[in-house]
Design a protein around this ligand. Sequence first.
Ligand code: NAD
Ligand code: UDX
Length: 436
Amino acid sequence: MKQICVIGVGYVGIVTGACFADLGNKVIALDVNEKRVENLKKGIMPIYEPGLEELVRRNVNAGRLSFTTNYAEALKGTEFAFIAVGTPSGVNGEADLQYVASAAKSIAEHMAAPLVIINKSTVPIGTGDWVADIVKREQKKQVDFAVVSCPEFLREGSAIGDFMQPHRTVIGSFDREAANKVAQLHLPLRAPIVITDLRTAEMIKYASNAFLATKISFINEIAEICEAYGADVKEVAAGMGYDARIGRHFLDAGLGWGGSCFPKDVLALAYMAEDKDLNPRILNTVMEVNYDRRKSAVRWTEELLGGSLKGKTIGLLGLAFKPNTDDMRDAPSIDIAQELLEDGASVRGYDPVAMEVAAPLLPAVKMYTDPYDMAKGCDALIVVTEWNEFKQLDLEKVKSLLKTPVIFDGRNIYDPAIMKNYGFNYRGIGRGFNGK
Ligand code: NAD
Ligand code: UDX
């Protein structure tokens, strides 16, 4: 059993803390957000993540997991401090490191014994060295420490499974002893461990996210070509995916990527390249292709409605950036709703879990607590998020409730032939045959 402190209890921090506690360690999770910590002490989760509440409860009850806002308390007797604070986009697309800097400063001020500081936040190349400088400068008395990069690769919605069964653990440090200690901590996960230097570990994280985002933009471009020539992108992805060099993962064509990571990380990597006078042509195109999807979705819906959105009522099925999360950061629903409103449509929204987070971000969107109520009187529905419950909708009922039976399926959850049989004016993405 090791004693660990996790700094920042957002999507990554709370999962990291609860999972390390579940592996038998003693974890103190700290956040500067008092309300979050107060709620966690009462068993109220800061985010929606399947399985999280139960995992937290179990480990709190076992005395392995606790919460605090007090750095001195969190660091007392701790051998490892994970930094898991946010690194959002700054004004020019660079990663904003103010929260990392503030966490590093607080660690320096309150650490009383040797510590391994582990950066789990996604940070620009060179940040590990910068964190080490801050800690050295801000320490009141000199105490030994090492900085290690251990980027996180979990996905929201399947975060616990991803944490517990990672594809690999990446550890970067110039301090071999510290790197080995962090490796020991991850041994129970039984995943390959890559030990490298700090900067390379930081780069592995950005390159991985950028590559996955590239795969998605690539298949979305292929989808457009499929559509023009009468091929079906779902079958194309399946056929490509059997080639082990390609793989089937991240080849789902649709409204493209959003969320808390890909958008800011691809942008930050492009920024880093430009900062060194390089021209990140692929990264820039990957972003351009991605954001075009959102505009195209509105144009295609307009086409299905005969050429105008003015005065039409459109219902958005799903608002979160992906299923099984309430995260609305850079969700396609936000841009799509905005574009529809600008074109004179009224917009309605329904999401199984993200309504509370979404409502303040979409003040002009009328929210519904039931998808059928939302569909009643709509001119068209757009599938924005592929929640399982949308796959199970009573489509006969949906058709009878709609003013005109129009569905634009931005996530390809329905079969075009079946939708045609129901009598829908239906369009998916990259499905050239479209049930014809
Ligand atoms: P988040 O915004 O959900 O949570 C960050 C938390 O840090 C907040 O609760 C905030 O109050 C707290 N915080 C800010 N400053 C603090 C300080 N000085 N001391 C203590 N707490 C502080 O962020 P997130 O989505 O969990 O992301 C965290 C990092 O992990 C980011 O760098 C992100 O890129 C990376 N990451 C995120 C995911 C993901 O799926 N969300 C996956 C992999 C990596
Ligand atoms: C991503 C990375 O996968 C994860 O490794 C990293 O730690 C954080 O960022 P996340 O954003 O939670 O995780 O979800 P992910 O499942 O990767 O989806 C990202 C976006 O891509 C979503 O908007 C999703 O809808 C979209 N996507 C994903 C596609 O459009 N097509 C796909 O085939 C896969």
